[in-house]
Design a protein around this ligand. Sequence first.
Ligand SMILES: C[S@@+](CC[C@H](N)C(=O)[O-])C[C@H]1O[C@@H](n2cnc3c(N)ncnc32)[C@H](O)[C@@H]1O
Length: 221
Amino acid sequence: MSIEMTQEQLKELEQQLSCPSGNNGKEVGKVMNESNIGMTRSAIQHSQFTTDSNVLEIGHGICGHLPELMQLIPHGRYTGIELSETMHQEAILLNQNFVREKRAAYILYDGVKLPFNNNSFDHAFTVNTIYFWKNPGAFLSEIHRVLKPNGKCVIAFAEKEFMQNLPFVGELFTAYDKASIQNLMGSTSFALTAYHQHTDDVKNKVGEKVKRLYAVVELTK
Ligand SMILES: C[S@@+](CC[C@H](N)C(=O)[O-])C[C@H]1O[C@@H](n2cnc3c(N)ncnc32)[C@H](O)[C@@H]1O
């Protein structure tokens, strides 16, 4: 069933996807977690964590995937970083056991400068956030800086050919394809070590069933 949305509602949805806030943001966070879980699992799988990996996730949303991720790193540690205060609070609420045990930590920041020392993490990954990075080259330098030598960064995003047909995608989104990712990564100190393409079946945010083409990019420091 298709749900018609007004231009104003589509704008509000775009804003919520880029930085969920308030009660609507909580709802959007739940829907995102459900509809993006396949992409998140794929990013985690391509990350190839070891049991003691120190992992950073950028833009985790409500972070419903944390329990399954923690099973892969029983001797490791997870840090999630967000610019949405609503997602930050929701993730802590949902995963308070891991936070209490100090196996996971959630940090709120400005979305620009990662508040970590150089060479802190074995892995960084991020799902459906690259569209919103204001200065992607500078932000990738930040990720590179906080990764240990040989550290790995995995980025999952829906491909431009899928994104451009979504009614809520407006000026807050920058859509990427293989050529623009290769071009972007060429300007960083990362080596682009793999570009995987996958599809999954999802409902778009206005309720229609669609096939989503997405990419999972592996970068090595
Ligand atoms: C479309 S949602 C995706 C959430 C989740 N990763 C998923 O795929 O369901 C984008 C999320 O990334 C966050 N975000 C956007 N830019 C960010 C940045 N530069 N650093 C950290 N979080 C960011 C937003 O607040 C939002 O929660």
